[in-house]
Design a protein around this ligand. Structure first.
Ligand SMILES: Cc1ncc(COP(=O)(O)O)c(C=O)c1O
Length: 395
């Protein structure tokens, strides 16, 4: 057997320590608040020890949570450890709070997930932390934005809604030269398609709610850190009182085992559907990182091992009513936000509402599609009928 294991093998074996599972395949649910000690001396000794991966108190977790955290760490070559959170948003905030202090400045990509922007303009601003939004395609040019107070660079690649792929290695190189911390929301790619720590990122964030869980029934987040940033991340997260329910961690571990095959299927289907959409006259542009028309496509080819199942289309003209007619009548696509599950979704998105640093280079209503595990031909038939409805109203 070669070592390190290939990612598709790793996703099956990672985190399944026999000493935690006693031979049970998927780490079972250990629920706990109180842990009992044999004596006062034992209780005192436990409090003085490092509690990482040791039963101490329910908030520090049990083997159920440790197994998932360990598995996510093993998927990121070069990573030290992972902390779990009750949502992706909680993970992003904990990661930011672990590196930022009052008076610091954060560089935040303009294409970031809207609630991430809201953290910057909300709680972080209230704490005296300033944010500058930057062009997702800035690459090494980010050096020009760095000032004396700049402390960290937050990336999301590709960006939510508009799918610009960032030059992560170039930004990491600039950050290192200036002693800045790098954070990446890696939810779209997961470590299977973009091992972020191996690409030099300090804190790699996942909304596990999406592809890790994979079944649209659990909220979960994670931050995986390199050795330099793990102690601050862990301390900050413990001080924030963050803990994940063992039941949710168990479902996360269960979902993780099939993540590679789900992603592969979703990649193939999404790409076929995206290529078909490119041929439709009602579609002005398809924003899918694996297509040359997507901003940053060359970077995606250089850095990523594949594509997942989420992308957007820009419709050729049309108003709100025409776009709603397309989406409302879809049979197989649900209308809902949280992607990465087994089922397809379609939502209207309006990225221009959120952008402040740069406007994307396209006009026209957008629809974001999450491609699930259905037969892609059925999804294409559903979308074809939707585009007919759109054209009938748009004229
Ligand atoms: C890119 C991205 N990051 C983070 C999140 C937040 O995850 P959660 O919904 O688990 O808080 C989402 C949710 O849609 C997302 O799309």
């Amino acid at each position: 057997m070669t070592d390190p294991k290939r990612p598709h093998t790793n996703v099956v074996t990672a985190g399944r320590r026999p000493e935690w599972t006693a031979g049970i395949v998927n780490p079972p649910v250990w629920r706990a608040s109180t842990i009992l000690y044999d004596s006062v001396a034992d209780l005192r000794a436990a409090a003085g020890r490092d509690t990482h991966h040791r039963l101490f108190y329910g908030r520090r977790g049990t083997p159920t949570q440790w197994a998932l955290a360990d598995a996510l760490t093993e998927l990121e070559p070069g990573a030290e450890a992972t902390f779990l959170y009750p949502s992706g948003v909680a993970a992003i905030m904990a990661a930011l709070l672990s590196v930022l202090s009052p008076g610091d400045e954060l560089l935040l990509v303009d294409s970031a997930y809207d609630p991430t922007r809201a953290m910057a303009t909300g709680l972080l601003a209230r704490m005296g932390i300033a944010t500058r939004f930057y062009d997702p395609l800035i690459g090494a040019g980010i050096a020009e934005l760095i000032g004396p107070a700049t402390r960290a660079i937050f990336m999301e690649s590709p960006g939510s809604l508009t799918f610009e792929v960032q030059d992560v290695p170039a930004i990491v190189a600039v950050a290192r030269a200036h002693g800045l911390v790098t954070l990446l929301d890696n939810t779209w790619a997961t470590p299977l398609l973009f091992p972020a720590i191996g690409h030099g990122i300090d804190l790699s964030i996942l909304a596990c709610t999406k592809y890790v869980v994979g079944h649209s029934d659990v909220m979960l987040g994670s931050v995986t850190a390199n050795a330099a940033h793990w102690p601050r991340l862990r301390d900050t997260s413990l001080q924030l009182g963050q803990v994940v329910s063992p039941d949710d961690a168990w479902l996360g571990s269960r979902g993780l085992r099939t993540m590679a095959v789900r992603l592969k299927h979703q990649e193939r289907s999404a790409l076929a559907i995206a290529q078909w959409l490119e041929t439709r006259p009602e579609v002005a542009r398809v924003l899918h990182p694996a297509l040359p028309s997507c901003p940053g496509h060359d970077l995606w080819r250089r850095d990523f091992r594949g594509a997942s199942g989420l992308f957007s289309i820009v419709l050729d003209r049309g108003d709100e009513a025409a776009r709603a007619a397309l989406i409302d009548g879809l049979d197989l696509f649900g209308i809902g936000y949280s992607w990465g599950g087994f089922e397809s979704l379609a939502i209207p998105v309006d990225p221009l509402r959120h952008r402040t640093a740069t406007a994307p280079a396209f006009a026209g209503p957008l629809v974001r599609l999450q491609i699930g595990l259905e037969d892609p031909d059925d999804l294409i038939a559903d979308l074809a009928a939707g585009l007919d409805r759109f054209r009938a109203i748009r004229g």
